[in-house]
Design a protein around this ligand. Structure first.
Ligand code: 0YR
Ligand code: MG
Length: 372
């Protein structure tokens, strides 16, 4: 499986309805910054990272794939997963200037493409290639009905319908508004609408400070929240540890962490209850597995953040014993040859060989953006 070429690409896939807002971002397109890796015998693998479709930074990520990682991979054997991961992650000139951030996202794309190649070579869907299903079904909770930009009445009705009509076991609602009472009113209304049996998580996307989070949590504790996601600034280990000690609401985080070491810092400090790694932010599947194993060793549940909108993570959730649920945001599935699927709140297992990461011809034709 000698690698012949590594080619980056950028797709900006439109979000239906014109886009969404959370406390921090306004998103109209999902950026798929991908790597196409071909072997000398003609096998093709795809991997990608997910972005907010900001072309200048997407071009820097694509440039990392083309100029930093491709020369280190061409001529190598794609089977050597750990060795190739280390060759990139410990490449001395880059280790110094880019140990986290865009270099990591670029590494994610090529690492996922290599796993896609290995699974295709074996003729198996990735979850089978990794070792098969670890247990029962993977539940899907719905994030797409809870954006901060959704008006109160639409939010409440959408969450109720997701649970009552579509069979989702739970929903996630965005918080982090300038005024805490706005979010409390919305979350209380959603809890009333979906009943006590459905799970209800909230996500602040790192907007509030500790006093604001404490105030929100004191008022929200009777609502039986499943977790409070990214309550504080992403890197603030001490703040999350203090919040976790002060409230009965469990803390979830991880979507903005780039290394296993960052996850260890939060887990060691007792600052996280629900661990949310993302293959598109970590350096791919190879680093994701380290994080998931570390969480599992501490008996902490893993709920992947779906920067890939689930295309890769569904394989990992089916296979890894620490994962029993994952978020559902159906923004980009139709642009992949094997779209992820959810039925009655359950993730369906992919069937085709590989990691479900191959964009359709139509996606390339309509949404490819120039790299330079
Ligand atoms: C939109 N999921 C998240 C989206 C999402 C963000 O900004 O990227 O809300 O990644 O927090 O849990
Ligand atoms: Mg989040």
């Amino acid at each position: 499986m000698r690698i012949r070429s590594v080619e980056p690409y950028i797709l900006h896939l439109p979000i239906a309805g014109g886009g969404i807002r959370d406390s921090t971002h306004h998103v109209t397109h999902w950026g798929v910054v991908g790597a196409r890796i071909e072997t000398e015998d003609g096998l093709v693998g795809h991997g990608f990272t997910g972005t907010h479709a900001h072309l200048p930074s997407d071009r820097l990520i694509a440039g990392c794939i083309r100029d930093l990682w491709a020369p280190l991979l061409v001529g190598e054997d794609a089977q050597d997963s750990e060795r190739l991961w280390t060759k990139l992650a410990r490449f001395p000139p880059v280790q110094w200037v880019g140990r986290a951030g865009m270099t990591t996202l670029a590494h994610a794309a090529v690492d996922v493409a290599l796993w896609d190649l290995r699974a295709k070579h074996a003729g198996l869907p990735l979850w089978r290639f990794l070792g098969g299903a670890s247990g029962g079904e993977v539940a899907a909770y719905n994030t797409d009905v809870g954006w901060l930009s959704i008006p109160d009445d639409v939010l409440v009705d959408g969450c109720r319908r997701a649970v009552e009509e579509d069979g989702f076991p739970g929903v996630k609602v965005k918080v982090g508004s300038p005024n805490v009472t706005t979010d409390l009113r919305r979350v209380e209304a959603v809890r009333r609408a979906i009943g006590r049996d459905a799970t209800l998580a909230v996500d602040g996307n790192g907007k509030w400070d500790l006093p604001t989070c404490l105030r929100f949590c004191r008022a929200a504790e009777p609502l039986d929240l499943l977790w409070f996601e990214e309550p504080l600034w992403y890197d603030d280990v001490g703040g999350h540890a203090a919040l976790a000690r002060a409230t009965r609401i469990p803390v979830a985080l991880g979507e903005q962490l780039y290394t296993q070491d960052a996850f260890h810092a939060f887990m060691d400090a007792g600052a996280v209850h629900w661990v949310q790694p993302d293959v598109t932010r970590l350096a791919g599947i190879t680093e994701y597995v380290r994080v998931a194993d570390a969480a599992h060793a501490r008996r902490l549940p893993v709920v992947a953040h779906a920067g890939d909108m689930g295309q890769v993570h569904v394989h990992l959730a089916v296979w890894h014993p620490a994962s029993t649920s994952m978020e559902w945001i159906p923004w980009i599935r139709e642009w992949f040859e094997e779209p992820v699927r959810v039925a009655r709140g359950i993730w369906l297992r992919p069937e085709r060989p590989g990691a479900s990461t191959t964009p359709t011809e139509e996606a390339f034709r309509r949404f490819a953006r120039p790299i330079a």
